[in-house]
Ligand binder design. Structure first.
Ligand code: UDP
Ligand code: MG
Length: 195
């Protein structure tokens, strides 16, 4: 183990030149970014295409996307503001995929007024109250346990968007960043495709 560690460190030292900070492309600050999650019920119902189509009716662009297996830690951090709610445990199990599929599609949308534009297309939290032309109004349901299975998540405001994007994505996973980044030289173990 020690030997492996030394080897990795040496390689990191050798790559010093390549590791010189090359700043990630930043985007003008008037643009907003917002986090969208297609939740496990959205994936198991094969709604991904429909949801992306609805969102493409905005003039926003996707700047990051990945499939995530949500850990309890990530789920609890994401929904920290609901910790005291009686539906919290069910909600954590829902976003972790215990009732549907253990996958979430995480996306970052960018553009003018992105947060409100996405929330408008997504609709109200309670699918029964959501306008029937919105994503949640069309595809969501309320379970007997009282959880709103509303197929998507969308950041609520600027502060939450920043917190959530930084929680779900590393800077280099986004093609543009609006939040400042810094580089650090590390000696972490990385995987590559075998030649
Ligand atoms: N939720 C629920 N019951 C409630 C309120 C919220 O099941 O009474 C779930 C629902 O899945 C919702 C998530 O918890 O999307 C986060 O709640 P929030 O109030 O942040 O609503 P959102 O921002 O998702 O519209
Ligand atoms: Mg919310």
């Amino acid at each position: 183990m020690r030997e492996k560690h030394a080897e990795i460190k040496e390689e990191a030292d050798n790559n010093k030149m390549e590791q010189k900070a090359s700043p990630l492309p930043e985007t003008k600050m008037t643009a907003q970014q917002t986090l969208v999650l297609i939740k496990p019920d959205g994936l198991i119902k094969s709604l991904t295409g429909n949801i992306l189509t609805e969102l493409s009716n905005t003039d926003l662009i996707i700047v990051g996307a990945k499939i995530v297996q949500v850990t309890r830690e990530l789920a609890e951090e994401h929904y920290q503001h609901l910790r005291e709610e009686k539906f919290f445990d069910e909600l954590i199990r829902y976003i972790m995929g215990e009732f549907h599929t253990k996958r979430v599609l995480a996306l970052v949308y960018q553009g003018e007024n992105a947060i409100d534009k996405v929330r408008r297309v997504v609709g109200a939290t309670d699918p029964e109250k959501a306008d029937p032309t919105t994503i949640r109004g069309k595809y969501g349901r309320v379970t007997r346990a009282g959880v709103f299975e509303n197929v998507v998540h969308a950041s609520e405001n600027l502060k939450e968007a920043e917190r959530e994007i930084k929680l779900w994505f590393r800077p280099e996973e986004l093609v543009y960043t609006i939040y400042p980044t810094e580089s650090k030289k590390t000696a972490k173990l990385e995987f590559f495709w075998k030649k």
